[in-house]
Design a protein around this ligand. Structure first.
Ligand code: GLU
Length: 491
């Protein structure tokens, strides 16, 4: 049997990092098993629909390299892949349940339901519409044929008729057996008053019709699983395999990660920019390789200490056994560290084609792009760090006070004057270093003082990339000017 999995987001806004991780694990499970990865858009809740989210989701998947095999964009044999285009399918299927007596029409108005709810509250009970009280309501189990026909001309919903006293057992690949008494499950609505299906109903019908073999989704859906099982049972269908992924937790480890955490602590929670004001990982300087690798670590490992996995690697390695039960703590520093690995790995010539890199480089001469990036690449955790790491290329700058204090009483001016002489004589090539070190040895000036003074004059601070390479990049005239500026500053 071909493995078929689906990523089934609701287009209610941008994709959260948790959603993207669900997509990734689906994609990997498909690739690992030579299966099919499907994108299904669950857009039956018109109130929550947000314009632009479907495109966003498609782009985010493509950016990560997880192009769906079937979906609204590229079609497939099991479409349509937008639930809003499948209404007739749900109608047809709910009719099957109605005919079997596994579902029924309900005509209660919201006022009537609210009154019942209030009464339950007064009695300190949780309100439920189910086997214990369904016969007290206005529905096709309690009304005459004529009354039903009349009511069917107005608003109505269709509810699942849950049999009482049964133990519903479902198996989750990550968590094992989950058991619930059917007495605790409501007669859930399958078709709403607007004629559209609820999430639960459409989800089960589509998973069946699209021949999904494994449902992989977030843990927040685990409580719905017994209900889904009852819907499969009502149809007499076999259910697929289920795999519920652990929550992604706040950096503190307490509670579910939310957009607000990102806003507060300055990290993205979306893969791509959403609207004008919310940058995504891409805009914050992540490479898709870094993004994918970090996502994979949120709740999965291969049993070793290895933390670097390319998408190709993951496609071969991913397995259910590696999925953890407990929540996965989000750690932005770790995400940056993983991304760093891919920035270093990417050839400079490729990096300087990246639009985010070009945006930062555009104020420098084109012929220097390559040497600038090569010089600072090792220091980049995100592409955005390039801004800060190339700051030294621009004048004017301030001198780091603490750095200056380290050399001030060690006669830095003598060193700097000698550097000027050597710059004039030897230029910025390899000889500069040789001659400067030779001079320092002869004069008994510690190399530390030489390098610190020179570095402060060129970049204003004591840290930065290789000094002689910086000097070569700046060129003789700019370097000389900077050394002279620093002499002026010191005297
Ligand atoms: N539409 C649901 C969501 O947005 C899908 C849940 C599922 O995969 O069953 O999360």
């Amino acid at each position: 049997m071909t493995t078929r999995v689906r990523f089934a987001p609701s287009p209610t806004g941008p994709l959260h990092i948790g959603g993207l991780r669900t997509a990734l694990f689906n994609y990997l499970h498909a690739r690992k098993n030579n299966g099919v990865f499907i994108l299904r858009v669950e857009d039956t809740d018109q109130n929550r629909y947000v314009e632009g989210s479907e495109d966003y989701i498609q782009h985010a998947l493509e950016w990560c390299g997880m192009v769906p095999d079937e979906g609204p964009k590229n079609g497939g044999a099991f479409g349509p892949y937008r639930q809003s285009e499948r209404s007739s399918i749900y109608k047809e299927h709910v009719n099957l349940l109605l005919e079997k007596g596994a579902a029924y029409y309900a005509f209660d108005s919201s006022e009537e339901l609210n009154a019942a709810r209030e009464q339950a509250e007064k009695n300190k009970e949780t309100f439920r519409y189910g086997s214990q009280n369904r016969l007290q309501f206005k529905n096709s189990l309690t009304l005459s044929k004529e009354e039903i026909q009349t009511y069917l001309r107005g608003d109505y919903v269709v509810r699942l008729k849950v049999e009482p006293g049964k133990t519903v057992t479902v198996f989750d690949e990550v968590r094992g057996n989950v058991q619930v008494s059917s007495d605790l499950i409501d007669d859930k609505i399958l078709i709403k008053a607007d004629g559209l299906p609820t999430y639960h109903f459409a989800n089960v019908v589509d998973d069946k019709l699209m021949k999904i073999t494994t449902v992989i989704r977030g843990e927040e859906w685990l409580p719905s699983l017994p209900l889904h099982q009852l819907i499969y049972d009502a149809f007499g269908w076999d259910s697929p395999q289920f795999m519920h992924l652990p929550l992604i937790l706040k950096p503190s480890g307490k509670g579910k990660l939310s957009k607000r955490d990102g806003d507060k602590e300055g990290f993205p929670v979306f893969p791509l920019q959403w609207k004008q004001d919310t940058p995504g990982f891409r805009e914050m300087g992540f490479l898709p390789e870094g993004m994918v690798n970090y996502l994979a670590l949120l709740g999965w490992n291969d049993g070793s200490d290895n933390e670097f996995f390319s998408l190709k690697n993951l496609e071969a390695k991913f397995d259910v056994e590696g999925v953890q039960k407990g929540g996965a703590r989000f750690d932005y520093e770790k995400a940056r560290w993983i991304n760093h690995h891919y920035v270093i790995e990417q050839p400079t010539e490729e990096l300087i084609q990246n639009p985010y890199v070009l945006e930062i480089l555009k104020e420098f001469p084109k012929e220097k792009y390559s040497s600038i990036v090569a010089l600072v690449k090792e220091r980049l955790y995100t592409l955005k760090d390039l801004e800060q790491e190339t700051a030294f290329l621009k004048t004017p700058y301030d001198y780091d006070e603490k750095g200056v204090a380290k050399v001030r009483d060690k006669n830095p001016v003598k060193v700097l004057e000698q550097i000027c002489i050597l710059l004039e004589r030897a230029g910025v090539g390899g000889e500069l270093k040789e001659q400067l070190f030779h001079w320092a040895k002869e004069e008994g000036v510690p190399l530390g003082v030489v390098m610190q003074s020179f570095r402060l004059s060129l970049v204003g601070a004591l840290s930065g990339p290789d000094l002689f390479e910086v000097c070569a990049l700046l060129g003789k005239d700019v370097s000389l000017k900077r050394v002279q500026n620093f002499i002026n500053y010191l005297t």
